[in-house]
Ligand binder design. Structure first.
Ligand code: 5AD
Ligand code: SF4
Length: 449
């Protein structure tokens, strides 16, 4: 392997995260850890001594993109940074990555990245630096504490992995079994984030609502109890969570949406398909009806809740009529926003070997029809907020001078022109207009409803 051109002791780094929010969180923790080792973020990513590609394996294109990104890291003069491939592709492919892309110095899985400093040293010495262990002891205990944050919103991973084994999904293999972090570790991290300026925390997990643990008095708790405890942190204003599984939507969590004001009225609850035969083949262990019943109960508690979902079109064997059931459930559920994907066979998953894989053209057509419907509902949802007065948390500057962009409780971006306001402020705005992807607001003279 030719590693001659890569720096031996990197001083600057750049982390590029792909895929889900858990990867974004992992990328931030890696960056904070390298910071405590004395390394600094490269001003220009292309000049970094070390580039970490924090990869996603959920769909085909994501993997191809990693290999083309690795290729692009070699500069015109033939030099290149030290290259680390982290995340789920690293876990799934292991040292195969170095066979396919010889410039890769480090391969590190999502449960082993606390060992990055060691791996960087090894790579610098030209030694083998592949670590895809899933150690029993949590990596979280080995990571440095959270520090001052640049933004008023933060992610906090509270559980990892998945025991559900949906037949299309690679996550149980790349992220491992469901493991919940401890109550005290989560509360401590949340407090550190809030002390560092954070006002909104999004709790993360592949099945975040499957979180279980014991509180400081030894009582068994679920994610609802955890959210209620976090809500007691005075300067924490908003709590969100994602992604949830329908089967883990407990009565307690549904109730919390009714009476915990800091729990935002937004629920990402994937159903994947509206057809019961397909749901069974996907091993989802819920039906279209049981799913609709859950969202009905959540809406009883919190009528204005914004619902979000994930869909897969073209699962092996999906007929036109079965796909129509997906359009039907979208009509019934009325999502504020959704993610929808063409089925992508993942090596090693049961669905990849199923008969009747669906031709690409059929998938394209189904995806276009589904997305047109979802977009229509998204526009309708956004339009329905025009005329409302609501709180927004200002997250970043807008494109034009004096503009700031905040999020509504329903996770919509709201643009306000208010030069006197600062990022991190919570302000009341009147929503004056709506587009498909954002709203415009004015500082309110009324009281929020
Ligand atoms: N093909 C297409 N979409 C997938 N997802 C997971 N696995 C696949 C796959 N093999 C989608 C699901 C999941 C989201 C994170 O990605 O909708 O909820
Ligand atoms: Fe994948 Fe299903 Fe687990 Fe979600 S619940 S991570 S789709 S296996």
């Amino acid at each position: 392997m030719n590693r001659n051109d890569a720096p031996k002791t990197p001083a600057t780094f750049h982390v590029k995260s792909f895929g889900c929010q858990m990867n974004v969180y992992d990328g931030e923790r890696m960056a904070e850890m390298l910071g405590t080792q004395g390394m600094t973020v490269a001003a220009d990513g292309s000049e970094a001594d070390l580039v970490i590609l924090n990869t996603c394996h959920i769909r085909e294109k994501a993997v191809d993109k990693v290999y083309s990104d690795i290729g692009r890291l070699t500069r015109e003069d033939g030099t290149r940074p030290m290259i680390a491939v982290a995340g789920c592709v690293a876990q799934a492919e292991g040292s195969e990555i170095q066979r396919r892309a010889r410039s890769v110095d480090i391969v590190v899985g999502p449960q082993a990245y606390h060992r990055l400093p060691d791996l960087i040293d090894k790579a610098g010495r030209g030694e083998d630096a592949v670590d895809t262990d899933m150690p029993l002891a949590s990596k979280f205990g080995a990571l440095p504490a959270r520090t001052k944050q640049a933004r008023p919103t933060a992610f906090l991973t509270i559980m990892e992995g998945c025991d559900k084994f949906c037949t299309y999904c690679v996550v149980p293999y790349t992220r491992g079994a469901e493991i919940s972090r401890s109550w005290s570790a989560i509360i401590d991290e949340a407090k550190a984030l809030v002390d560092g300026g954070v006002r909104e925390i999004t709790l993360l997990g592949q099945n975040v609502n499957a979180w279980t643990g014991e509180d400081d008095k030894g009582r068994k708790q679920g994610m609802d109890g955890l959210a209620r405890e976090l809500a007691r942190i005075p300067d924490l204003k908003r709590i969100r969570y994602t992604t949830s599984h329908p089967n883990d939507m407990s009565d307690g969590l549904i109730a919390a949406h009714g009476d915990e004001p800091k729990l935002m009225p937004f629920l990402h609850l994937p159903v994947q398909s509206g057809n019961n035969r397909i749901l069974k083949a996907m091993n989802r262990s819920h039906s279209a009806e049981s799913y609709l019943r859950i969202i009905e109960r959540v809406r009883e508690m919190r009528p204005d809740i914004a619902l979000s979902g994930d869909f897969i079109v073209g699962f092996p064997g999906e007929t036109d009529a079965e796909f129509e059931d997906t359009l039907k459930i979208v009509e019934q559920a009325r999502y504020a926003q959704c993610y929808s994907f063409k089925y992508s066979p993942r090596p090693g998953t049961p669905a990849a070997d199923m008969d009747h894989q669906i031709p690409a053209a059929v998938m394209d057509d189904r995806l276009a029809r589904l997305q047109a419907l979802i977009n229509r509902h998204q526009v309708e949802f956004n339009s329905a907020t025009v005329g409302r007065t609501t709180d927004i948390l200002l997250e970043r500057k807008g494109r034009y001078p004096g503009q700031v962009i905040g999020k509504s409780p329903w996770l919509q971006s709201v643009v306000v022109t208010a030069p006197e306001l600062s990022i991190g402020d919570m302000v009341e705005v009147d929503i004056i207009s709506a587009g498909p992807n954002s709203l415009a607001g004015e500082i309110s003279r009324r009281k929020a409803a």
